[in-house]
Design a protein around this ligand. Structure first.
Ligand code: ZN
Length: 392
């Protein structure tokens, strides 16, 4: 198959994930509907030309992204601190005080709010899932919401900064889309481009199957991301890992000429390493699932119970990977009140509030993101729930 990032035909599949739920974050109000949620094929391929990884069976027509999408992590204090620090850093580094910022794929808008609070003058948020009623009153008159997509509903990018966080990994024709971004900026080459997305290197190294799911059709390392940016008309200012190496942040500027010659940064030299870890991903993945199954059996077989903490995409992927044995998990806990009493796509597990653990008294809590372990431990202590706590 042709690489969507560099058009090379030198690509090969390395992981077959089978049929998985096509959405992980859509709220499903009914258990049966959750269990019969539409599925799509997941088959990861690696491009040997540029290091890009993609689901070569991805079908965009199965996607139904809308206002029912509940992806926000903003109920977590740790996450809020992260986005607030990042907003302050970008405002200072790129002198965005009083300037206009546009965020493509702004989700519920929490980052745009942070940018305004950190000093940006005006914000435009483009996303079909925006909920303007959730925006705090102190910034609402400085933010314009476009409930739709770029470029269909918002074709021109006339701003001091273009922000795009956790969105590019949902787009299949990545090079075409980046070229559209570049041409929408036009001659305004002082615009700064700020992207954040998951780092596939860590996913592959750790066999992190919970980070591979249908909505993520495109997977980048620092190298493949930088190469895509250069190929589509951007110059890289900086690229760095963030949030316990889970994310990549790239800061770029439009290049005056289409394919600028530039010396790659040291962090980009990763094609061989990515190829090597891709080859071991399937084995690591199987070992990891086996070890969780065994651990859950040790708890459940003696009358105990286990729950997962985190009902987002990682949770859906984790339960799907357990397959027939997902019943070993009693429920999914989430701190986002908008998700309570809803069901997980695929396996139909109910999403419950942390306080319901008082009645369940679980013997094992599996955190879907190690970054939140301290936070979860504090919540469990506050509730008086004594349990073993582990993270994927
Ligand atoms: Zn490629």
């Amino acid at each position: 198959m042709t690489c969507p990032a560099c058009s090379s035909n030198d690509t090969s599949a390395f992981y077959h994930g089978g049929l998985v739920p096509v959405h992980s974050c859509l709220l499903v109000a009914d258990e049966q509907a959750a269990k019969h949620f539409p599925r799509g094929n997941l088959e990861l391929a690696l491009c040997h030309g540029c290091g890009f990884i993609f689901n070569q069976r991805f079908d965009p027509s199965l996607s139904a992204y809308s206002a029912d999408y509940e992806e926000t992590q903003a109920f977590s204090p740790l996450f809020r601190e992260f986005i607030s620090d990042l907003a302050s850093r970008w405002i200072a580094r790129y002198d965005l005080n009083g300037k206009t910022v546009v965020e493509l794929g702004c989700g519920k808008g929490e980052f745009l709010v942070e940018m305004i609070r950190a000093g940006a003058g005006r914000g435009v948020g483009v996303d079909p899932g925006v909920h303007p009623e959730r925006i705090p009153p102190d910034v609402e008159d400085r933010i314009t919401w476009v409930p739709g997509f770029f470029p269909e509903d918002y074709p021109q990018l006339d701003a001091d900064a273009i922000i795009c966080r956790h969105t590019l990994e949902h787009i299949a024709p990545v090079a075409d889309w980046m070229r559209t971004v570049r041409s929408a900026i036009g001659t305004r080459i002082d615009t700064v481009i700020l992207f954040e997305l998951p780092d596939v290197r860590r996913v592959l190294q750790e066999g992190a199957f919970w980070d591979v799911y249908y909505e993520h059709c495109s997977y980048f390392s620092a190298g493949s991301l930088a190469r895509l940016f250069r190929r589509t008309g951007f110059e890289i200012v900086d690229i760095w890992p963030a949030y316990d190496d889970q994310y990549l942040i790239i800061e770029a500027k439009p290049a005056p000429s289409p394919e600028p010659a530039a010396r790659p940064l040291a962090i980009e030299d990763d094609i061989d390493a990515i190829a090597a870890t891709a080859n071991t991903f399937a084995i690591k993945h199987t070992e990891m699932i086996e070890s969780w199954r065994e651990q859950l059996h040790r708890v459940v077989d003696v009358g105990g119970s286990g729950v997962i903490w985190g009902s987002g995409s990682k949770g859906v992927a984790f339960l799907a990977a357990l397959g027939d044995e997902s019943g070993l998990i009693r429920a999914a806990v989430d701190i986002n009140p908008f998700k309570h009493r809803k069901y997980m796509a695929g396996t139909g597990h109910q999403i419950i509030a942390p306080k319901e653990l008082v009645g369940i008294q679980p013997d094992l809590v599996i955190a879907m993101n190690p970054a939140y372990l301290d936070e979860i431990e504090r919540d469990l202590d506050a509730l008086g729930v004594q349990t073993k706590l582990e993270a994927v």
